[in-house]
Design a protein around this ligand. Sequence first.
Ligand SMILES: Cc1cc2nc3c(=O)[nH]c(=O)nc-3n(C[C@H](O)[C@H](O)[C@H](O)COP(=O)(O)OP(=O)(O)OC[C@H]3O[C@@H](n4cnc5c(N)ncnc54)[C@H](O)[C@@H]3O)c2cc1C
Length: 435
Amino acid sequence: MSATAAMRRARVVVVGAGFGGLAAVRALARLPVDVALIDRHNYHTFTPLLYQVAAAELEPEEIAYPIRSILRRAPSTQFFWGEISAIDFSRHVITKGELEVSYDYLVLAVGSTTNFFGVPGAAEHALPLKTLEQAIALRNHLLACFERADHETDPARRRPLLTFAIVGGGPTGVEFAGALAELVAGPLRRDHRALDFREVRIVLLEAADTLLLGFPVRLREYARARLARMGVDVRLQSSVTRVAADALTFSDGSILPAATAVWTAGVRAGLGSARWGLPAGAKGQVPVMPTLQVAAYPDVYVIGDLAQVEDLARPLPMLAPVAIQQGAAAARNIGLRLAGKAPVPFRYKDAGTLATIGRNAAVAELGGRAFTGFPAWVLWLCVHLIQLIGYRNRLFVVINWARDYFLSDRPVRLILPSAEARGAEASDQGQTRTP
Ligand SMILES: Cc1cc2nc3c(=O)[nH]c(=O)nc-3n(C[C@H](O)[C@H](O)[C@H](O)COP(=O)(O)OP(=O)(O)OC[C@H]3O[C@@H](n4cnc5c(N)ncnc54)[C@H](O)[C@@H]3O)c2cc1C
């Protein structure tokens, strides 16, 4: 920090109002600093429930919250809406369109984006599930497939419309497969009485030999058996080598005709190709010191999905609690430096992991203990309700969950205009899939 900067309140710029960025802003509000928060959306997205928006269970606005409402309790924080276009680390300046925002300290928390692993056709034809816009686009697509299948008399054209491939058997793939199976078995079966639902296929594809890699074996097996009972065709050791508008091809040369390929197989750091000179580690993440600082730019902190903390025996998972704890840790270290003290290394406190499969069915690992079934499901419901921002959102989510639980019904089955809904990330990836 320069001598002039030391005379006035330091200015901290936080880029990204996701889990990590918001945690940093909240902690910075307690320090004598001015904060500028920049995000390309004017809302925070609660990603753990994105799949429920895609599966027509929740409204998009029930899992999003306006950033300016969140900032009402942080008067020293200014919000800038827009995408950053450049960072000049030598001048300590961020560019957002015409605007230049200078910083003494920078916290980069732009998260991650979908990794298609260079599979031909995936970026063009598969539907990712990383943003609210993509969840809406996926919901539109699923509902449109059923509408088209309803009037399709040729079985060869109807089959792909009613085949839903989900690529990636991690938590998002498992959760979405379960939610889609319940959407099909309940509301859609009642809506489309002319369709033969024995033709509907939900296929969950995983390249490894297990679902939910990283979870205890008992939980993985429970998830697989439970999905199979719900009618999901789980295929392990299935490597997708090509995606087209109407089919997926596998490494053994076999082909699955499907008008829907949902891509939940991988993530990479959310930096654009420019990277502004930041180093690239695994999955494009930015390697940082244990204090979360970039070695070449000690005034720059990188947190959340974007960060790869060096010197750790095992890389940290790309999860919300990691981002939240790192946001608070980066703010703490900025406070220490303002007080003339040395920053301290980040230590992750792992509270456990959860994934839901469907009604009364979830898996949880907490404090070294594994839970399945109803107790894990209730735990999952409570944890997600507590973490959701805003009383209104919690109330509407509870109402929708209760309606789904007791009536097997989902009110959110509108096919909304999708062209602009696909959003910036989708258009970056050339997403054009229509059923
Ligand atoms: C479908 C899905 C389900 C998930 N479920 C879980 C779960 O159940 N539990 C769990 O712990 N984790 C879950 N995760 C992972 C979790 O969402 C991430 O680990 C977490 O969001 C990372 O936080 P972050 O702050 O690094 O990034 P994010 O929360 O993704 O926030 C990044 C922010 O940066 C903004 N941004 C990006 N680029 C720019 C730019 N160039 N200019 C301006 N702003 C920009 C974005 O708009 C966004 O607001 C899930 C993720 C997904 C996609």
